[in-house]
Each structure stands twice: as C-alpha cells, then as structure tokens.
Design a binder for this molecule. Structure first.
Ligand SMILES: [Zn+2]
Length: 260
C-alpha cells in the first residue's frame, strides 16, 4: 500500500475507531497521562519473538491506551516528563523518531519550540520533521533545552557517538528523557551476528544489542547525571502493576538525564 493511501486511511477512519474504543473502555480504574483518558481497562498487547535464543510468547493485559494508543513505555516516559518539565515555560524540545501521541501534544504547546527529527522523515507520518542522523545531529552545540529519545538507541551501532551528540546539542542543565528496552542488569552485544542471529538473540533484526540497566554508565560517560525511573515512580493509576510479562520487563524503565 502506498504511504499516501495509508496516511489517508489513517486520517479518515481513525477518529471513528478511537471514539468507539474510548466509549467501550470508559471507566475509572486506569488513567492515561498522555491523553488524560480514564478507562475500566486498557487494551492488551501480545508478542512472539526470541530473546537470547529462547522463545518469548507474551500476553500483557492493560498495556495500551484505548484512546491515544500510548503503550507502557510512552505512558511512563510522558508521566516522568510531566513530573519534571513545565511545558508552559518557553523552551525548545528536540524529539527523535516522534511518537504520534507525543507529537500531537508537543505540537499543541504554545510556549514550545518543537523540533521533531527523524533519520527518514518521509517514511513516517511527519514529513515536516528535521532530517537528522542521531550520530551527527545537525544542530548547534548547547542549543536545545530538552530532548526526548525513546527506543532509538538500540538500533544504533555507534550509540556512544549518538549519546555524545545528544549531550552536545543540549544546553548545560538541559534534560534528556531517554528510553531503550532493558533486558536485565547487563548489556549483551555481539557485533558478529548477522540479521538472523540478531533476530534470534535480540528479538528483532533491527536491534543491535540487548541493553541492560548498565546503560546508565554509558549515559554518565556521555556527560549526563542520570536518574533511572520505573512504573512505581509515577501515579499508580497509569499502569497495571500486577501485570507480569516479558513486555513489562523490557519496557518498564526510563532514564531522565541532565547535562552536567
Ligand atoms: Zn491515552
């Protein structure tokens, strides 16, 4: 299907689907920090893939906001941002590989100079985004107040170079909300793997490593002070804290970094 037809279908039919879902799921148990919706439950998420060669077949209840589509990782990242950043204050925000729900929120903030950026803007829904390779960001040193970079760095072989770039473009004291999927304490990376090997070990051939919580040290080496935050650090109604799955395990962390 062509991209323009996809965009047309998305824009034409999505509002009706979203309205029906919002009504069906309406309730009080869960809240979405991104769109402000309240729901009796959220949509489940399933996945089948391999991690370190072992089959993962997960069913994750209450994973996806029925209204805005924000998943665990987006709701966590947004809730952490909302706790720490006042978006009514004039500032610039660089956003890599913009998530749809964040894009809509940030675009609406009158005080924000919003800079969505992507390696291939034309492939996604935001063709007006800045074309940017995260390993060589086309922005001046010390030029932006904040940045959001979620689930990008696990695709980048030269992630330390990318982190140095993110730190470079931030003003001193600026913040970076950075997330990657996390698989345990220690990063696993084997650069000799081919596409089939990456799919078998990392779950998807587009990923180039399994990051662990020791990612924190890479962030610190790049020049950031780092807070590691998880689901229990934000209001409880945003998540089903009883849900246990490989998806919850990998998507339950965000690094809130400040340029030293
Ligand atoms: Zn939502």
């Amino acid at each position: 299907m062509s991209m323009s037809l996809k965009r047309w279908l998305f824009r034409t039919f999505r509002p009706a689907i979203v309205a029906a879902r919002t009504l069906w799921y309406a309730g009080r148990r869960y809240a979405c920090p991104v769109c402000g919706g309240r729901f009796r439950r959220m949509r489940a998420f399933t996945g089948v893939y391999r991690l370190r060669g072992d089959l993962v077949d997960h069913f994750t209840p209450n994973a996806i906001c029925p209204r805005c589509g924000a998943g665990l990782r987006q709701r966590l990242l947004f809730a952490v941002l909302a706790q720490r950043v006042d978006f009514t204050r004039p500032q610039s925000l660089l956003h890599f590989a913009p998530e749809e729900t964040f894009f809509e929120f940030f675009s609406r903030q009158p005080a924000l100079v919003y800079i969505p950026a992507d390696l291939e803007p034309l492939r996604f829904l935001y063709p007006a985004a800045l074309q940017a390779d995260i390993r060589a960001v086309p922005l001046r040193t010390n030029s932006v107040d904040g940045l959001v970079c979620s689930h990008v760095l696990e695709h980048i072989v030269e992630d330390e170079q990318a982190l140095a770039e993110l730190c470079r473009v931030l003003k001193p004291g600026g913040y970076a909300a950075i997330a990657v999927p996390i698989y345990g304490a220690t990063t696993y990376e084997d650069r000799t793997l081919d596409a089939a090997g990456r799919e078998r070990m990392y779950g998807i051939d587009l990923h180039v490593r399994l990051n662990g919580l020791d990612m924190r040290h890479k962030l610190e080496r790049a020049g950031f002070a780092v807070e590691t935050l998880t689901l229990t650090d934000v209001p409880a109604q945003y998540f089903d804290l009883t849900a246990r799955s490989a998806h919850v395990d990998s998507d339950r962390y965000v690094f809130f970094c400040t340029k030293r």
